[in-house]
Design a binder for this molecule. Structure first.
Ligand code: G3H
Length: 496
């Protein structure tokens, strides 16, 4: 159970503590923030409502801790990360349980998220020792007008304090996708978890604590966005922000100073289906891509663009599969579970009502009970409907029938998002042409969009983000290049 056993010290009464300077602390505010269980719609947990003063303190400590950490041998950093990964995986059950209660993620997927996170941390350690264990050596005589009198030694050095802000849908995994690269690269890390998902994050951070990372290197500060959100992102002590979430990221990027930003801000991933596609494969991928975790994934299939001639057959196949999805509480491992909040459910309902008014074909009856929304496929969606463009972040999937490939590409590219997309066809040449034409960070050929495996590059174009993620890219992004140039009095040529 949450806050028990080795996790006993992270809770005080019924309020979880925040983590700073290597200790679990109560906020001086004396206030807490409640976390509502999406299934019961009752308060499940409480976390500290930290103050701006506490943020200042955390930043100060993070700065000091980073200086010492940057002098810690790379192999030692990696060793600690491997240790944290093992502890994290050992405690997959209680952390998974927090995910079930805070974000209504199906129980099995919650545990998978924790295991995936442990693997990600280990991979960061392995990738980091190789990537950061080498630099470049340049000689001056390759540039016109120079003799070989200068040797340039370049290596990657840490940025300083990295601020990590993960979203509710993968609070643990998308936190460690920032923590792992930051730490192996020699940075310190301040984590601001999402409110829903905060308790899972606090448990995850305790695993790093148990692994024995130095005091102050990792902090986890909880609280209201209105009180500490802007204060954190605009804090002069922050040297890099890695954010995953919605369009708040655009606001953050406008306010942040001259620091590297890594952002993933959602998508409206299109699934283009050609006439020669294997429609059974497409249908399975639409179900997996559109309805896993009730559609609450940035990389979910969010619009199907299918050639008119195969649309009836495909819609029938998907309908048959939708009917088999189980709907209910996350504890029962149902496929479709309550969406994260009432406001999210209301937003989804708004999109559904708009589509109804404008004449979309409802393949199932629209049904909602509290935050639980039954899976819904909307056929014959047209571009004048909101659902054609907006991200429902719920189990509602629009189908737009297209007359040509160009029409599909045009719809995909007219979106302000550009995260991923997918194309289904047996013709690899056509697939490549379509992939090249789609303005998205990734195109999957014959499979649904997905971020993983976690070492693959992951990036969004347009409003979907800044920078590229994936383990290697994140490590690179969380470093800067430093050069030392050795100037020789006379040219020197290395002889064999
Ligand atoms: O929601 C955003 C995540 O980065 C998507 O990750 O493709 O593993 O579900 P996923």
């Amino acid at each position: 159970m949450a806050g028990n056993g080795v996790f006993g010290e992270i809770i005080d009464g019924d309020v979880f503590k925040y983590y700073a300077d290597g200790e679990w602390k109560k906020s001086s505010s004396g206030k807490s923030v409640s976390i509502i269980n999406p299934t019961t719609r009752k308060v499940q947990y409480k976390v500290q409502a930290c103050t701006q003063e506490e943020v200042n303190k955390v930043m100060e400590i993070a700065k000091v801790a980073q200086k010492a950490w940057a002098k810690t041998p790379l192999w030692k950093r990696a060793e600690l990360l491997h240790k944290a990964a093992a502890i994290l995986k050992e405690h997959k059950a209680p952390i998974g349980e927090c995910l079930v209660k805070e974000i209504a993620k199906p129980a099995k997927d919650s545990v998978t998220e924790v295991v995936r996170s442990g693997d990600l941390v280990s991979y960061c350690a392995e990738e980091g020792v190789r990537l950061l264990g080498q630099g470049t050596f340049l000689v001056s005589d390759s540039f016109p007008g120079n003799e070989r009198t200068k040797y340039c030694l370049s290596s990657k050095i840490p940025l300083g304090v990295v601020l990590a802000i993960p979203p509710f849908n993968y609070p643990v995994n998308l936190a460690v996708s920032k923590i792992g690269p930051a730490l192996i690269a020699g940075n310190s890390l301040v984590l601001k978890p999402p409110t829903q998902g905060a308790v899972a994050c606090l448990h995850m951070v305790h695993c790093f604590h148990l692994a024995g990372f130095p005091k102050g290197l990792i902090s986890c500060i909880t609280g209201k966005g209105s009180e500490i959100g802007d204060f954190l992102t605009m804090h002069p002590g922050v040297n890099c922000i890695s954010f995953t979430g919605g369009d708040t990221g655009i606001a953050i990027s406008k306010k942040a100073g001259m620091i590297p930003l890594q952002m993933e801000l959602g998508g409206k991933d299109a699934c283009i289906v050609l006439e020669d596609a294997d429609l059974d494969l497409v249908a399975s991928n639409i179900i997996k891509g559109g309805f896993s975790y009730s559609g609450q994934r940035c990389t979910a299939v969010k619009v199907v663009l299918v050639m008119e001639s195969v649309a009836d057959t495909l819609v029938e196949k998907v309908k048959t599969k939708v009917a088999k999805l189980t709907v209910g509480p996350p504890e029962d491992n149902c496929d479709i579970t309550p969406v994260v909040s009432e406001s999210s459910a209301n937003f989804i309902e708004g999109l559904v009502n708009d589509a109804k008014q404008k004449g979309a074909t409802f393949c199932q009856e629209y049904k909602r009970d509290g935050n639980l929304i039954w899976p819904l496929l909307l056929d014959n969606v047209r571009p004048d409907m909101r659902i054609a463009w907006e991200e429902p972040f719920g189990p509602v999937l629009p189908v737009i029938r297209i007359g040509s490939i160009e029409e599909g590409i045009h719809h995909c590219n007219a979106s302000n998002f550009g995260l991923q997309g997918c194309v289904f066809t047996k013709d690899i040449n056509k697939a490549m042409l379509i992939s090249d034409a789609m303005e998205t960070g990734t195109v999957q050929i014959n499979s649904a969009p997905a971020r993983g495996p976690d070492h693959f590059p992951f990036q969004g174009l347009k409003d979907s983000g800044i920078g590229s993620q994936g383990i290697t890219n994140s490590i690179n992004m969380m470093t800067k290049v430093k050069s030392t140039v050795i100037n020789l009095p006379t040219p020197s040529y290395t002889m064999g």
